[in-house]
Design a protein around this ligand. Sequence first.
Ligand code: HAM
Length: 435
Amino acid sequence: MTSLPKNNEEAVSKQIRMSPLSALKGFKDLLPEEARQIQWLEGKTHELFETFGFSPIRTPILEIASLFNRGIGEATDIIEKEMYTFEDWDGGKISLRPEGTASVVRAYIEHHLSYAPIAKFYYMGPMFRHERPQAGRLRQFHQIGAEIMGDPNPRQDVELLSLSYHFFRKLDVNDITLEINSLGCPQCRPVYRLALMNDLQAKISRLCEVCQRRYQSNPLRILDCKKPACKERTRTAPRSIDHLCPECQRHFKEVQEGLACLEIPHTLNPHLVRGLDYYTKTAFEITNNRLGSQNAVAAGGRYDGLVETLGGPSTPAVGFAIGIERLMQLIDPTQIPKPSLPLYIAPLGKAAGQFLLSLTFTLRKNGLACEMGNEAGNLKNQMKQADRLGAGHVLIVGESELAKRCAILRNMTTKMQEEIPFAKLSELLLSRLQH
Ligand code: HAM
């Protein structure tokens, strides 16, 4: 190997050090406009979820890796190939959370939150999955999630579904499809699993490689394969709802009756399965065709065995999560209020700058949003900046205004100007411009 002359080596390493860096693939900066829209959505979430009786919970982004291995299931895509897992300084394996449910269950057990007959939590935050990035699929994405713990009653499934349905309605997202299915319980699922494997046995060599692998480890997931050939081959596969035990049948019937009672439109998708292994009984997905191939905007279901699997007392539970980035694509941005700047303050010269600095602070302290220009800048540039920021009014103070102890207030819509004595400035601006 030939080595670069020392000078060249230094130049190359400097170039590498100085070259601009970009965000990791599948990770996205939320720039001010998008960040503001998401904050608006978070505000709507707090309002609605609190109305439905949910309390906020925030769990850490890093957890012990085994929490997810045990909770989500070893034979799932998330565990097999999508988790960001690495060694901590003490040698322990830790993971960036790929979803919120396992963490909420861990917190529920750890803090003995089962004191109340039922516990209802909601959360928002980033999740991490090392998936192939594409439209609507990120490696860091955000979810709004809700979990109800402690009640086996199908009414809780219906409550969650009604919450998600109403949430989309409130955001004026009306073109959604709710698909439901029942995946059975540890009593009836094995019977169904066997029936499915028997049916697929003759077709196995014609399924894709991934499905062939899944045949032994997780045959239900074959029903979720998006490849047209596999879809065609599983079209007539047995349905879990035909293999439910009497208890699961009753549960599913009551869920459907509850949805009908609340007039929540839904369709039965007997081949709906989920990418996480903890589900029992009800499973559901909310989709929207405007989203393209990644069309699931929310999903969830019942997971009656997860608390116990993670070392807690036997506790039935049900939950769902909404993908924030996908939801944002469906929301009409015109309903999101734009930030307004009632006042731009334009100082002309150092003395005016000094005087207006304290006025700006007084106005902000009293809740009036305002922005102050650079006192070294001329009026033309400051007016341009006020325009760019969409300011409703501009307050101008230069040397002659200082001498007269009067400021000029310009209405940017009507272009009318008036003089306001310094003595009345803050009082008048606050009473006139504060909403
Ligand atoms: P999930 O189906 O894996 O369920 O994710 C829920 C939603 O998160 C999806 O429907 C989608 O909108 C969004 N999502 C998932 N992966 C990505 C990605 N790579 N990029 C963008 N958005 C994505 C869960 O996570 C369960 N914890 C839901 C749950 C809560 N079940 C019971 N409780």
